[in-house]
Design a protein around this ligand. Sequence first.
Ligand SMILES: *Cc1c(COP(=O)(O)O)cnc(C)c1O
Length: 435
Amino acid sequence: MKFYSTKNKSLRVSLKEAILTGMPPDNGLYMPLSLPKVDDSFLASLSSLSLPEIAFDLAKFFVDEEIDDNDLRTLVEDAFSFDAPLVSLSNSLYSLELFHGPTLAFKDFGARFMSRLMAVFTRDLSKPLKIFVATSGDTGSAVANGFYDVPGIHVYVLYPEGKVSEIQEKQLATLGKNITALRVKGVFDDCQALVKQALADERLRQSYLVSSANSINIARLIPQTFYYFRGWAQLKDKEKDRCVISVPSGNLGNLTAGLMAKRMGLPIQRFVDAANINDVVPEYLHTGIFIPRPSKHTLSSAMDVGNPSNFDRILDLYHHRYEAITQDIWGKGYTDDETKEKIRETYEKYGYLCDPHGAVGLLGLEEYLSLVKTKPAGIFLETAHPAKFKSIVEDIIQREIPIPERLAQCLNKPLQAITIENDYRQLLDIVCKQV
Ligand SMILES: *Cc1c(COP(=O)(O)O)cnc(C)c1O
């Protein structure tokens, strides 16, 4: 598969180049030249396939001849060693739980696939690889854990001071070794700008291979298409051709992957872009005008994004046709109060505990379902385990919740983060001191 840039449709690069550089030289975003088309027999076979089997069949198309089948099979089995179960709350209302990976969030899927692809692609290169990632929450821990102790690769995780939960900070800043955690005095968008600056820095590129690992890397997006297939496969047969999926969205990587899955032939009726008050995309869906603005802090902090970087990919996927976009996506933003109320209500009504991000997804799903007359089956993506937001959630439901073992382990370790100003020179200093 070849990839082009959203800013230059005639550019052609290999998967290896797209992944190792992260971003095209023109600052656009890489997109696959075409998408695989699945047929009815593949869809019919899905319910008997495991997630790694689905992943192998779909990944093969993107990977082409660049990785041989044996390596690819090992890679997907290692990356997707956990499932994405579809859990029923009530009749035709489902949570697709994407938090069964090592850091308890959906970003494990993208990070683990990408880190293993990069390890294969850099096996025999001479320059060390430096990876930069900006995170407002879960990306950092997923990427840090995904790359931990991989030889020849150093990872810099930039996160906004005071804007990620205590548990998230522990997960991304206690690893050490080849993982450097940088606590930036600023907001997520500042971290993202610093990463973009590093990726565009020619001097850095003379000594190192430089790449990104946030959702702008196409290697994060590709594996996120896989669990849409896995989730859909678990529906009842009669629900399969009338299904709506609500995606709690920030940087839009998850939603973009869903739209790609639909384009690949997965019969999803419509997607819901569920946002918190950082609702620039739902606003665009209503008005046709996209106005980025500084992000505001909310309970669903991993979605506090005021200028989502994957928006250009969605525009590209639909050839900038507003009508076509609104046909496939409906969107709405919700306040923290609504989110809290939804967590409480869902716990009381269904005995199901949402994290704040999943709760926003459920809010969007239920509002959309109340608007349409045909009664579709509804799935919302539960993007993080509620224990990652322990104190928020416990406050709301007024009871203690247990912490899963894999999370408890890192909570006792000391933080190893370095605090920096929102200043590129400080970042550069640190990067150049480490080989
Ligand atoms: C990153 C994240 C999101 C938002 O996903 P995008 O792909 O950036 O839209 C939602 N929920 C959680 C828990 C996340 O970590």
